[in-house]
Write a new protein. Structure first.
Length: 95
C-alpha cells in the first residue's frame, strides 16, 4: 500500500499523470488484456477520470478489493525503479 500512498503524493504534484495512467489502461486493452480483469480496469478508469480523491479512495485503504486493485495498478510508471525498491526494502524490514 505504501507504493500507492507515495504514488498518490506524486499525483498531487503531477496531476497530468492521471491521463497517462488512463493511457496505460488503453494500452493494456489494445494488447489484449484478460477479460477477467476488465472490472478492475473499469474501476481504475472510473477513479482516474473522477480524480485524485477517487484514486486514493480505491487504492490507499486496507481492504481485499483495494489489494486486488493495487495488484492491477496502472500507476507503475509514477515511481522510479529505485523508489519502488526502496519502498519494498522498507516494507520487508518492517519500517
Amino acid at each position: 500500500m505504501q507504493f500507492h500512498r507515495t504514488a498518490v503524493d506524486r499525483l498531487r504534484v503531477h496531476p497530468e499523470y492521471l491521463v497517462q495512467a488512463i493511457g496505460v489502461l488503453d494500452r493494456w486493452e489494445a494488447q489484449g488484456a484478460s477479460s477477467a480483469g476488465q472490472a478492475y480496469r473499469d474501476t481504475w478508469r472510473n477513479a482516474l477520470q473522477m480524480g485524485l480523491p477517487d484514486v486514493e479512495k480505491i487504492s490507499c485503504v486496507d481492504t481485499d478489493e483495494a489489494a486486488t486493485l493495487r495488484s492491477m495498478s496502472p500507476l507503475g510508471f509514477v515511481l522510479s525503479e529505485q523508489e519502488r525498491m526502496h519502498i519494498r526494502r522498507e516494507a520487508m524490514a518492517g519500517v
